[in-house]
Ligand binder design. Structure first.
Ligand SMILES: Cc1cc2nc3c(=O)[nH]c(=O)nc-3n(C[C@H](O)[C@H](O)[C@H](O)COP(=O)(O)OP(=O)(O)OC[C@H]3O[C@@H](n4cnc5c(N)ncnc54)[C@H](O)[C@@H]3O)c2cc1C
Ligand code: FES
Ligand code: FES
Length: 518
């Protein structure tokens, strides 16, 4: 196998200057570079696997002239992935005269720090929230979502949430300064000059003069990515690295060559067509779910159940689908919605229903020279005029349920997504995707058949519940027993029925102990 070009320097804008780091190994994490090379030890390491948020930093890039900032976990982000970006750690928030950022001042004023170890991560999530809200009021719910990736082991959440809301009373201090913009433009010029230095009209791989043993390559257009994938099928493909990062930090795997898909412009877009949307594989989970929620607002609460915000900011929909975990959350939903995958290679494109992509445990139909290009999702059918406000006798009715031990930032024991098309109280079509019940994400075909054509009533639902419980043979593991998984599958179908009949607030979050309060 040929090797890719030797590892490029990593350049990013931080603390008012462009940092250029040479010889950074492709699997070196951003946290390692920050703490060990730059001695920015304000950023802490807690879990090293994206769970606790102690390592949270803010990254920024210019998109169509706007500075786009977001909180991410530096422990599972590869250092090369911030090449060309602006970066803020807790050391960068106070102004040179020592005035604290509102996120810091509010934490002090509200007594939001106890052990202090988690505090830099909380502060960075708050700084990202302040930037996003730009002086607008922050609700408790918004604060809670912004902090969904931060764990305080001494459970001091109330003062931290108070601090989030108190930031708005302090003068807004934007991260978007002329200095940052100048730095980002300078980085963009360097990247353009580097690209221009390569001979035009030839694939990057062929232009390499001195092949080296390690490399990190992040092509910016699809043609280049596909050429590289074909030439180097053994290179480790990465996107947001929220799965791959753990292979590095927890399994101590090393990759000599890494091919990053997240800079490819064509894969960063969401395209709208009359009947469907096409979500590029490198679109972040945050943006992909926002697009799905815009089509189907009923998915909002499920979207917030996927990991925590920093993981959703870094992770991609394509990575979730390609990783193919049987307990991955987007796949049951996408299967129920009738999504297709477009796989791309230098040879061309092919398309398939998502469920056909999964062949066996962690085995997919992806060929060595292919990448996942787009996920196409049908738009909802227009709601019929006759649709009742309290029940779903007509039209499409979609729900997705995630069962996990912890509400925030946890992996599913079972995930069930359902979409029925009803007409005059009869099931015209049924589409069910399930996770956590088989070796791959699956379509519940037998249950769909049991529902199709039947009157939408409690008898039909009871019969379908029995079919659904018998359709799969889930395993018992640390998340749930096989018996629990089967039982809960049926119960979720019953819940779906209740919701279709207008029952609301039947989830755990809405439960008021001791009955309804006056
Ligand atoms: C703390 C934490 C919480 C999490 N919670 C959840 C959760 O609630 N639900 C859930 O489903 N997952 C969860 N995950 C897993 C992970 O975030 C998702 O699977 C995510 O979507 C992976 O996307 P990524 O871009 O980070 O993929 P990466 O880690 O970069 O890649 C994952 C795999 O996909 C391949 N790949 C990536 N892009 C492509 C492409 N375009 N074409 C072909 N192959 C590709 C890579 O080669 C690799 O094999 C969690 C992870 C962490 C760390
Ligand atoms: S160290 Fe825990 S999320 Fe990074
Ligand atoms: S203040 Fe650090 S764990 Fe809570």
């Amino acid at each position: 196998m040929d090797t890719l070009a030797s590892s490029k320097p990593v350049r990013f804008f931080k603390s008012g200057t462009v940092h250029t780091l040479f010889d950074v190994a492709p699997t070196r994490t951003l946290l390692e570079v920050l703490r060990e090379d730059l001695h920015c030890t304000g950023t802490k390491e807690g879990c090293g696997e994206g769970d606790c948020g102690a390592c949270t930093v803010v990254v920024g890039e210019l998109r169509a002239g706007k500075l786009h900032t977001q909180a991410v976990n530096s422990c599972i982000k590869l250092a090369h992935a911030v090449d060309g970006l602006a970066l803020w750690t807790v050391e960068d928030l106070a102004t040179p005269d020592g005035s604290l950022h509102p996120a810091q001042s509010a934490m002090v004023a509200c007594h939001g720090s106890q052990c202090g170890f988690c505090t830099p991560g909380f502060v960075m999530s708050l700084a990202a929230l302040a930037e996003q809200q730009a002086g607008k009021a922050i609700s408790r719910e918004t604060a809670s979502h912004a902090l969904s990736g931060n764990l305080c082991r001494c459970t001091g959440y109330r003062p931290i949430l108070d601090a989030a809301q108190a930031m708005v009373d302090l003068p807004h201090q934007s991260l978007d300064t002329p200095q940052v913009r100048t730095g980002l433009r300078a980085l963009a010029h360097v990247a353009q000059a580097e690209a221009a230095a390569l001979a035009p009209g030839q694939p990057v791989a062929k232009r390499v003069q001195k092949p080296a043993a390690s490399a990190y390559t992040a092509p910016t257009d699809l043609a280049n990515l596909l050429t590289l994938r074909q030439a180097y099928p053994d290179a480790q493909l990465v996107a947001g690295c929220t799965d791959v990062g753990l292979w590095i930090t927890k399994q101590h795997r090393d990759f000599a060559q890494v091919l990053d898909v997240t800079r490819v412009e064509e894969l960063r877009q969401i395209d709208h067509y009359p009947q469907h949307i096409a979500i590029g594989a490198a679109v972040s989970l945050t943006d992909a779910f926002a697009a799905l929620v815009a089509q189907r607002p009923e998915l909002r609460s499920f979207a917030q159940r996927f990991a925590g915000l920093p993981v959703r900011n870094a992770g991609t929909l394509g990575g979730n689908v390609a990783n193919g975990s049987p307990i991955g959350d987007s796949m049951p939903l996408l299967i129920a919605l009738g999504a297709h995958l477009v796989l791309a290679s230098a040879r061309g494109y092919r398309e398939m229903p998502l469920e056909d992509f999964y062949l066996a445990y962690r085995k997919t139909a992806l060929r060595a020279d292919e990448i996942v290009g787009w996920i196409t999702v049908p738009k909802p059918l227009p709601a019929p005029r006759s649709r009742s406000k309290t029940s779903a006798a007509n039209g499409e009715f979609c729900r997705v349920y995630k069962i996990s031990k912890r509400h925030e930032d946890d992996i599913s024991a079972v995930c069930l997504a359902l979409q029925l098309r009803l007409d005059k109280g009869r099931v015209m079509d049924a589409s069910l995707g399930a996770g956590g019940v088989a070796a791959t994400p699956v379509r519940a075909r037998a249950t769909e058949a049991a529902l199709r054509g039947q009157p939408w009533n409690a008898d039909t639902v009871h019969a379908a519940m029995a079919t659904l419980r018998a359709e799969f043979a889930p395993i018992s593991d640390m998340r749930a027993t096989s018996a629990y998984r089967r039982e809960v599958l049926g119960n979720l179908l019953w819940r779906y029925w209740l919701e279709s009949q207008g029952s609301t607030a039947i989830d755990l979050q809405s439960l008021t102990l001791g009955g309804p309060q006056p």
